[in-house]
Design a protein around this ligand. Structure first.
Ligand code: PMV
Length: 385
């Protein structure tokens, strides 16, 4: 699938979607500020787990949420992404992709050309269809904001399973936003980077920052952004309990839409989020993990209750999801602090004090031996390489 060129760059010849134009698809050399090619940048970002959830949009296009949310960025669940904007493809010597001036190509045609020449490789697998479309649409925002109307090669490596409710889109779009904006010559503030990442996937705006992060819902593009929250004396860990890494049956985008449009419980859940967020921030200020854990668990269960009440229902849980929830209850009853949360998938994440993390993980392995258990500590925000 790949070949090594003389200069050591991995290359492959692929047919791009739509145009079927053969394109030399090089894995861009992984550097942030290549002097010879300033249109390349590489960035890494970690996934985050929401303690107070984002579920439901007020604006589908801009991805403005119905409620503010709060998350913890985790180490070890990482996307590393390189973006390279390029202005020539093999066999097209003078392709004018920058807007049509002097090329005899009208803007509309060159715009389609740009999109059709975008390429995406995830974990060494070239992507087409939905995944490439989504990235290409995101790149359109970067192209519009930067004025750099060129196609891009995107190459991403991940340690997060995709589409299993493990927040893969958060790390993916945070890394993509940082790499693409840098490669396009933009120098965004962290807040503006979070606004850009939000346009790819809402939760991605929180992965721009490390540790605890609040996403202010806002009411438009300007006012909807993330910012870090002081962890104070809290020393947190999250134990991920993998029930299944299968692709989820309903995308979070579709599930949100359905919940907002049809669930009679949704308005009550949105109302409870504002109260939960205030209480969670207070608990953090007071270093009260027990309180924070209780709110975290209740907020996630409320979100799933609202989903389940959708018509048709959105049910991500598997039998082992319930087994893990029960196990966490039992661990808590035994005197160890542990609180569950879940996203759009069957997996359970368990919030604990970092000093208890090993004991909680051991108790989980004993109670639900069929599930993989992994400890994660707070991770850093997005970084350029
Ligand atoms: O960013 P999205 O569209 O993948 O939505 C994520 C939604 C949840 O993970 C379920 C909750 C959250 O706040 O991260």
């Amino acid at each position: 699938m790949t070949e090594e060129t003389a200069d050591g760059v991995q290359s492959q010849i692929v047919k791009t979607r739509e145009s079927n134009v053969p394109v030399r698809q090089s894995a861009p050399n992984e550097v942030g500020a290549d002097v010879a090619n300033p249109r390349v940048a590489t960035a890494s970002a970690n996934a985050n787990i929401a303690l107070i959830k984002y579920w439901g949009k007020a604006d589908e296009e801009l991805i403005i949420p119905r409620a503010s949310s709060l998350s913890l960025t985790l180490d070890g669940l990482t996307s590393r992404t390189t973006v390279e904007f390029f202005d020539k493809v093999d066999g097209e010597e003078d392709a004018d992709v920058a807007g049509g001036s002097g090329s005899g190509v009208d803007c509309r045609e060159s715009y389609d050309y740009i999109k059709s020449a975008d390429s995406l490789t995830i974990d060494d697998v070239p992507q087409q269809g939905k995944a490439l479309d989504r990235v290409s649409r995101f790149l359109d925002i970067v192209r519009a904001q930067s004025g750099l109307h060129l196609p891009a090669r995107v190459v991403s490596h991940n340690t997060v399973p995709f589409g299993a409710g493990l927040a893969s889109s958060a790390s993916a779009f945070a890394a993509l936003a940082a790499a693409a904006s840098k490669a396009a010559g933009m120098d965004l503030s962290p807040r503006d980077l979070s606004r850009l990442a939000r346009r790819g996937s809402g939760s991605a705006c929180r992965s721009v920052f490390g540790g605890l992060v609040q996403w202010h819902a806002g009411h438009d593009d300007e006012t909807s952004y993330a910012e870090p929250v002081d962890m104070g004396s809290l020393d947190l860990a999250v134990i991920v309990v993998l029930v299944s890494s299968d692709l989820k049956p309903v995308s979070s985008r579709e599930a949100m839409r359905r919940t907002v449009a049809t669930s009679p419980l949704y308005p009550a859940w949105v109302e409870s989020c504002a109260v939960d967020l205030d209480e969670a921030l207070n608990a953090i200020r007071q270093g009260d993990l027990e309180r924070l854990g209780a709110i975290t668990e209740a907020n996630a269960l409320g979100m799933h209750a609202a989903m389940m009440a959708s018509r048709p229902a959105v049910l991500y849980w598997l039998p082992d999801t319930v087994a893990v929830l029960r196990a966490v209850d039992g661990i808590r009853d035994s005197g160890l602090g542990a609180w569950s949360t879940m996203d759009a998938g069957p997996n359970v994440k368990v919030l604990a004090d970092a000093r208890d993390a090993r004991a909680v993980a051991a108790a989980l392995r004993e109670r639900v031996p069929q599930c993989e258990v992994e400890i994660h500590r707070p991770g850093s925000g997005v970084r350029l390489h």
